[in-house]
Design a protein around this ligand. Structure first.
Ligand SMILES: [Zn+2]
Length: 113
């Protein structure tokens, strides 16, 4: 005689994901909002869906150009200096955040300004 699978009872208690019409998987529940991304491909997509549903939106890293969620961005900023062709050549300085990976690799640089 096999004992009943304890996991099935636990899965009955899991909330239903309204977008998918089925119960949340355990990896979706483990993917906390604002946490760092997991390594695996499928795990990353599950994690990203949780972040997106929580209202977080990606922005581009100023250094590598990859799209990252806010918790993946460092405090470092890259500054870029540009000059307008019209309006008398007004100098514009923009600041953009750099992701954690680029910041750890020393990728952040202050160019222009
Ligand atoms: Zn980057």
């Amino acid at each position: 005689m096999r004992p009943p699978i304890p996991n099935s009872q636990a899965q009955q208690a899991l909330p239903i994901n309204p977008r998918r019409g089925r119960r949340f998987g355990i990896s979706e529940l483990l993917a906390a909002v604002g946490s760092q991304p997991p390594k695996g491909y499928i795990q990353w997509h599950t994690w990203a869906e949780v972040q997106h549903n929580a209202g977080l939106r990606q922005s581009r890293c100023a250094h590598c150009g990859k799209w990252k969620y806010p918790q993946e961005m460092s405090a470092l900023e890259e500054t870029h200096k540009g000059t307008t062709r019209k309006h008398g050549g007004t100098v514009i300085i923009t600041k953009h955040k750099v992701c954690n990976e680029c910041a750890a690799n020393g990728g952040a640089k202050a160019s222009g300004a």
